[in-house]
Design a protein around this ligand. Sequence first.
Ligand code: SAM
Length: 281
Amino acid sequence: MKSALYVVATPIGNLADISLRALEVLRGVDVVACEDTRHARHLLDHHGIRVPTLALHQHNENSAAEKLIRLLADGKAVALVSDAGTPGVSDPGARAVAAVRAAGFSVIPLPGASAAIAALSAAGMSEERFLFVGFLPAKSSARRAVIEEIAVETAALVIYEAPHRVLETVADLAAVLEPTREIVIARELTKLFEQIERMPLTEAVAWLTADANRQRGEFVLLVNGAPSKNAEELDAHTEKVLSILLAELPTKQAAKLCAEITGAPKNALYQRALELKTQAL
Ligand code: SAM
């Protein structure tokens, strides 16, 4: 097998979700660098593959990358896998790949499962674009700040979340985003208790709390894009209300109150408020 770093996507649950080429490469390489050696061994054993493993996780990625480079310099073929799905997607791998490329060695991708793409494929989002957000911050204040930042994004949002935080995250999404938006909760994809449910964002907390099992497992949350109504479409009355409030209040508060008074979208009002402030300078 040609000496290179093969970046191999592995299953996100169902061990059969691996390509023939991935199995061929895993069988043929000299070493498999993996996030958790026991986890990788489970997959390799399942497919009858006996290859030495080497740990490469977020805490040793730089030193492990040096080992990979030495192996490649010796003409070896090395595979890189993460615990699930595609390495480098909310998983270690990117730093090692960058180091290997910088050292002048080939990096060959072997595409396969990724929870984001699996969720998108079954969610039926109508948007042509999506924004891969990955994990939001663990602390609510930081999380809300990021959600506010992406609130005006018209692409569908794709968010990863762990079971112990899914309720808080969904509550924050519902608190910050337009109430007209919808969410798809994709849970335990490719596994026994797979569930993919679409609902108004305002109903998602109630749905999650209605049955304790609904907060178990691994989650991808997809939210449809912000309504494309933009600041230019605000009517004269709304503009007037916004200007009056802006003269007395901070931008965010003025936009919020104006949304309550006129029913216009908060994000469009916030954008327009920023424009008005800049014009006034
Ligand atoms: N590299 C992986 C990929 O390509 O999707 C992602 C790894 S990230 C550390 C793990 C997160 O991915 C989980 O917390 C969950 O949000 C999502 N995830 C992974 N497997 C999943 C599954 N079977 N069903 C739903 N979400 C999953």
